[in-house]
Structures are given as structure tokens and as C-alpha cells.
Write a protein that binds this ligand. Structure first.
Ligand code: MSP
Length: 640
């Protein structure tokens, strides 16, 4: 049977400014959809790139006292460099200045001109130089361009026009008879209502006296083609139209990802261009809304243009991808704030998923020395999480197939929450105290590990690096392609009994907002420096055995609200440590945290509790600040 195929594209971005959050979103959404299709057994092709001709680029280049090509090279490279940083796996990066692209634009123009659908005429109208296009009076707001806020100028010139009006009825019919052509429905309705008015023919050229940075019309050397006739053609030139195998294989399966700002060119001009040139119409458009930042449209003057490189450096690519996919309902606008991303990372990632992962692996290390004990067949029915796992997969598949990414993630997180509640009700620590409950303990842990296996597969499209990290720790035999097919996730019970699992890792370090705020405070105030202690020799220092540890549980000690009782995994042993950090850290924030433990300190009694070691903290005034590592270590690793 022939393999299913899928071609996804992003818009090709203008190179008049460096990439921002909005560009990153579309590219990530298309990458997530591509990875999902790969899991669903498709051969995929994913295209992105840059749109490099036009007045705006010439003006931006002039400002920097450089040539349009040199300027385009520089900015295009920024878009290219962003892709690996965001874990985006594109197959090709097209630039409209590529010679192969230019040839295809010329061929399409010639074809449509020869068939009589491009004509020459003089035109008088109002033109916005910022948008590089003519406006209709009815499109203006208070007589001004809605995007640039300036009144367009009246100009008269002769130009080439594309007979779009001829295809209006055909297009309406195509949209109505192909229900998936434009997704979500609100944008289909928007286009259909626009098409109720007669379509104007499209001006497709600019005289060279006004603009030279473009592709010359093959049938008139005095003109260059206007923006859209150049840009839209990238989707087929990149596939090697007309004869390339990629074009033959992938064009019939093409879906374009765009935001609502460019639905007219994509939903009207492009299908009509394809129809007029006698080519197959693309399969569909996925249209999303706009990201605002702190409640306003991104703009240089407000100073809220968000740089995806900075966000990724601060929070990491997987959390950034998760936030964007979880927070925006595909099709609607969404709001970006630092508080919102921090809160998603702390609650959904660090608390819900991260804690679940480290708790389960830690318990397996503690109770079974890291070896999978396996479920007891007689008890399996009673403790099984299988049907919850199956529900998560179904919900995920259904939502992801129609770009409802937030719903796909909600389906996974419902399962994560079921698993966290399952731990609280089954209380593995209580089962561990009673030897006769050993099989029950093994069965509970086995189901939790299977649940983690399912989750590790499902998060792949959105968080590929975390998926791999989890799968390595669960010792799954990761396929060459780095992901498991949707049909490989079930059956349940794939983890082999006896497997020795990896150490519990911190998947997502918690972002300590309080400490961050106080870090600034520390900088401003003159720090209090206690006098240095008496010198010691290296021999004395080397007597201290410092180890990496991971906190498995934390609870308050009655009548001593500063003191916490911590269970800390230090590799070979689990230690009970009494630590005076209860004022600065609520116990629930500590589970899963990595700490430095003084492992050879003599046992001591504190408030009637045994303390088998000490954890290292920094102190500012009376505040305790935990020390840790900037990369994950295994419990028990030496600290030198
Ligand atoms: N060059 C044209 C597209 C030609 S495609 C054949 C263009 N370029 S653009 O640089 O302006 O990119 C527009 C696209 O960037 C939007 O459709 C969307 O994909 C993305 N975004 C730009 N700003 C955005 C937001 N504020 N929010 C979400 N995405 C937005 O138009």
C-alpha cells in the first residue's frame, strides 16, 4: 500500500525585521503538526523560508546603508538560525531570491499571461506605500490605512492585472464543496462573506521606475511582479514544480499554516492563481489568530515585540513550545506575558508532569533498587490504568488531527492528573511498609511506569527533547526516527519485567519567582558578609563527603514551622534530613528538587527526629536559598 503523505508550509516571512514571537508560533505549530503526522504513519515534507523582494526591504537596507541582497542575506539567516533553536525540523528553507524560485515565478506568469488571464490597463487609485498596495475607500478607517494610520495617496499608473473576477463563482463553489479547505470554520465564513461582494481584478505588477527589487515580468521588461505573485509561488517552486518528484508526491497533500492577517492572499488569490495556471488546488489552509503581548498588539513603538531567542534562552525550547501550544486556542487570539509562561511551567510542567516522573522513578529506585518488578497478573485488573491511558491517546489523536493542539495537551494532562491522584490514593509508601503488600506495590508502580511510557510518546510532537529524556530513563528501545508511531503505543504492558531503569531526573526545574525577585533585591542592597572562618587545609576539607541528592518527600514537623522532614535519595541510600528551610520553601515545592547533601555528618536528633545529614543552602539575611546544579546529576554523584 502506498504510504500516506503530508506537505505542510509556513508563510515565508518578510526580511524587513528580525523574527518575533508570532513567526515562531506559526513555525512551531507547523512543526508540531508535522511530527504528529509522522507518528500517524505519514511521509512528511515541511517547508518554511523568507520573502525577500519589495519596497520595504529596499527601505530597510537603505537605513543600514547596505544593498537589498546583503540585507536580505543577513535577516534570512536569523530566520534560518531560529529553527534548530526551537527544535523545528524543516525539510527545506526557501528564499524568493533563489534562482530556481525565480524561474518558476516566470513560468507561472507566462502560463497565465498566455491563457489571457493577465491584461494591461491603466489604473487610478489610492495607494498605501507602507502596505505596497492599492486600497478601496471602504477598506479605510477614518480615511486612513488601518495598518499604517496614514491617508493613502492618489496615484495613476499603467499596470498588469490578473482576472480574478472570472473565477469568483468557481472559488465560492470550491470552498463550499471542500469542507476542510479552510480551517477553523470562522475563517471560512469570513472569506465566504467577503466573496459576496464582486471581486476586483488584482494588480500584479509595479513599474521599474518605482520598484526594481523584484522579479521582472517575462512579457514586459519594464515591470516587476508584485509581492503576492512572487511569494505564493514559493509553495510549488520549493517542490521542484513542474517535474520534481517532490512536487508530484507532496503537492496534492499540501496544507498551509498562516495567521488571519494573510487569509485573503491565501484563500482567494492563491487558489485562483493555481486554477488559472491549470494546476491542482492546494488541499487546505490552517488559519490561526494573533499573539498579543501584555494585552497589546506587538509593536516597536510600544516596545513589546517579543524575541523568541530570548524566551528560549530563558525557559528552554520545550517549555516555550508547550506554552505556545497550550495557551492559544488555534484560530483565536492569545496573550503572552512572562507571568503566564512561568505559571504554566511551574504548574503543568514542574508540578504535574515533572513531579510525577521523578516520584515514580524514585519510588522504583527506593523500593525495587531501580528494577521493574512487574505487575501481578491477579491484581492487575484492580490497579490498571490502561483504560485511562487509552482515553488519553484517543482524545489526543482526535484533537491533533484538526490542529486543536490545546485540546490534545489537555487530553494528556487529564491522564497525568489521574496518575497523580492514583499515587495519592494507592499510597505506595504505605504498601511498602507491609511485606504482604509487595505484589500490590509492584503492580501500582508498574502501572505508573506504563502510564509514563504512554505520556512520553504523546508529548513527542510538542516537546521532542523531553519525550526522548523520559524514554531514555524508562529504557525504551527508541526507534531510529526518535518517536513511536501512534499504533505502537498500545498494547499496555510493554515495559519488560527486570529492566533496570535510569535515575530519577528533573525534567523541568521550577522557576522560583520569589527568589528571582529577591535576587534583584540582593543586587541592590549591600550584602551582609559574616567574617570569614579560620583557614583549614585541603585534607580537612576532603573529609567532607558531599553528594548530589534528590528530594523524594517533604513534610512539616509539628510545632516547628521552620523545620522540614525531608526524605532524600543519595543513590545507595535514602536519608532522612531535618532542614530549617520551612519558612522559605513550602514542602510541596521541594519534591523532585536536586540538592547538595553532606553525607558523612554524624546522625543527630533535632526536635525528637533523627537527621542523617545536612543539605547545603545559601543565606541572605534570614532567608535560606537552596543550592543545586545547573545540569541534572544522578543521586549519589560526588560533589567536589
Ligand atoms: N511575506 C508574507 C507572507 C507570504 S506567504 C506566501 C508575510 N510575511 S510576514 O513576515 O508578515 O509574516 C506574516 C505571518 O507571520 C503571519 O501570517 C503569521 O504566520 C506570523 N505572524 C506575524 N505576527 C503574528 C502575531 N502577532 N501572532 C501570530 N502570528 C503572527 O505576511
Amino acid at each position: 500500500m502506498e504510504k500516506k503523505r503530508q506537505f505542510f508550509t509556513t508563510p515565508i516571512y518578510y526580511v524587513n525585521a528580525k523574527p518575533h514571537l508570532g513567526h515562531a508560533y506559526t513555525s512551531i505549530a507547523a512543526d508540531v503538526a508535522t511530527r504528529f503526522k509522522q507518528m500517524d504513519g505519514h511521509d512528511t515534507y515541511f517547508l518554511t523560508g523568507t520573502d525577500e523582494h519589495g519596497d520595504k526591504i529596499v527601505q530597510a537596507a537603505q537605513k543600514e546603508k547596505t544593498s537589498p541582497k546583503a540585507y536580505a542575506d543577513k535577516i534570512s539567516q536569523l530566520f534560518k538560525d531560529l529553527l534548530p533553536l526551537l527544535h523545528i525540523q524543516n525539510n527545506h528553507f526557501i528564499r524568493t531570491t533563489d534562482p530556481d524560485h525565480i524561474k518558476v515565478v516566470e513560468a507561472i506568469l507566462t502560463k497565465i499571461h498566455d491563457s489571457g488571464d493577465i491584461y494591461f490597463s491603466s489604473y487610478e487609485g489610492i495607494y498605501c506605500f507602507g502596505c505596497e498596495r492599492f486600497y478601496q475607500e471602504r477598506e479605510l478607517v477614518d480615511g486612513k490605512c488601518p495598518d499604517h494610520g496614514v491617508a493613502p495617496q492618489a496615484i495613476k499608473e499603467s499596470n498588469y492585472f490578473f482576472k480574478m473576477s472570472k473565477y469568483q463563482d468557481w472559488l465560492i463553489d470550491h470552498i463550499k464543496t471542500h469542507p476542510d479547505f479552510i480551517r477553523p470554520d470562522q475563517y471560512k465564513n469570513e472569506l465566504l462573506s467577503f466573496l459576496k461582494e464582486p471581486l476586483e481584478d488584482l494588480c500584479i505588477s509595479r513599474p521599474k521606475s518605482r520598484l526594481t527589487w523584484g522579479i521582472t515580468l517575462p512579457f514586459d521588461q519594464e515591470y516587476v511582479t508584485y509581492v503576492w505573485f512572487d511569494a505564493l509561488v514559493n509553495y510549488i517552486s520549493a517542490l521542484g514544480y513542474p517535474d520534481g518528484a517532490l512536487y508530484q508526491n507532496f503537492w496534492p497533500t499540501s496544507r498551509h499554516f498562516v495567521a488571519k492577517d494573510i487569509i485573503k492572499p491565501h484563500g482567494i488569490y492563491w487558489p485562483i492563481m493555481l486554477k488559472a495556471a491549470g494546476l491542482d488546488i492546494y488541499d487546505g489552509l490552517n488559519v490561526h489568530g494573533f499573539w498579543n503581548v501584555k494585552g497589546s498588539k506587538m509593536s516597536k513603538s510600544i516596545g513589546n515585540v517579543t524575541d523568541p531567542v530570548e524566551v528560549t534562552r530563558e525557559f528552554g525550547p520545550d517549555p516555550f513550545r508547550y506554552f505556545l501550544m497550550r495557551e492559544m486556542v488555534f484560530g483565536l487570539d492569545a496573550n503572552f506575558t512572562e507571568d503566564a509562561i512561568v505559571s504554566r511551567i511551574n504548574s503543568d510542567l514542574a508540578n504535574d508532569l515533572g513531579n510525577l516522573f521523578s516520584r515514580v522513578l524514585s519510588m522504583n529506585h527506593r523500593y525495587f533498587n531501580g528494577r521493574v518488578a512487574g505487575a501481578d497478573a491477579a491484581l492487575d485488573q484492580q490497579y490498571s490504568l490502561e483504560s485511562d491511558g487509552a482515553k488519553a491517546i484517543d482524545g489526543f489523536k482526535e484533537a491533533m488531527a484538526i490542529c486543536e493542539f490545546h485540546k490534545g495537551l489537555i487530553s494528556i494532562w487529564t491522564f497525568i492528573s489521574t496518575m497523580n491522584k492514583y499515587i495519592d490514593t494507592q499510597e505506595p509508601w504505605s504498601l511498602a511498609k507491609d511485606e504482604s503488600k509487595n505484589s500490590a506495590l509492584a503492580t501500582v508502580l508498574y502501572n505508573l511506569m506504563e502510564g509514563l511510557r504512554v505520556i512520553s510518546c504523546l508529548i513527542y510532537p510538542v516537546m521532542p527533547a523531553t519525550s526522548l529524556k523520559m524514554q531514555k530513563a524508562l529504557c525504551l528501545d527508541i526507534p531510529n526516527k526518535g518517536f513511536f508511531g501512534l499504533d505502537q503505543i498500545f498494547p499496555w504492558s510493554q515495559i519488560q519485567k527486570g529492566t533496570c531503569l535510569g535515575a530519577p531526573e528533573i525534567l523541568f526545574p521550577r522557576i522560583d519567582t520569589k527568589n528571582q525577585a529577591e535576587k534583584t533585591l540582593v543586587k541592590k542592597e549591600k550584602p551582609f558578609k559574616p567574617p570569614l572562618k579560620e583557614e583549614i587545609g585541603l585534607d580537612d576539607f576532603l573529609k567532607i563527603d558531599l553528594r548530589a541528592g534528590i528530594i523524594l518527600s517533604a513534610e512539616r514537623i509539628q510545632d516547628a514551622n521552620k523545620l522540614l522532614k525531608l526524605m532524600v535519595d543519595i543513590g545507595a541510600q535514602t536519608r532522612q534530613v531535618i532542614a530549617g528551610i520551612g519558612k522559605d520553601y513550602p514542602p510541596e515545592d521541594l519534591v523532585g528538587k536536586q540538592v547538595i547533601v553532606v553525607a558523612n555528618l554524624k546522625e543527630a536528633q533535632i526536635m525528637g527526629e533523627t537527621s542523617q545529614g545536612m543539605i547545603l543552602v545559601g543565606s541572605h539575611k534570614k532567608q535560606m536559598i537552596l543550592t543545586g546544579f545547573d545540569k541534572d546529576l544522578f543521586p549519589g554523584n560526588q560533589v567536589k
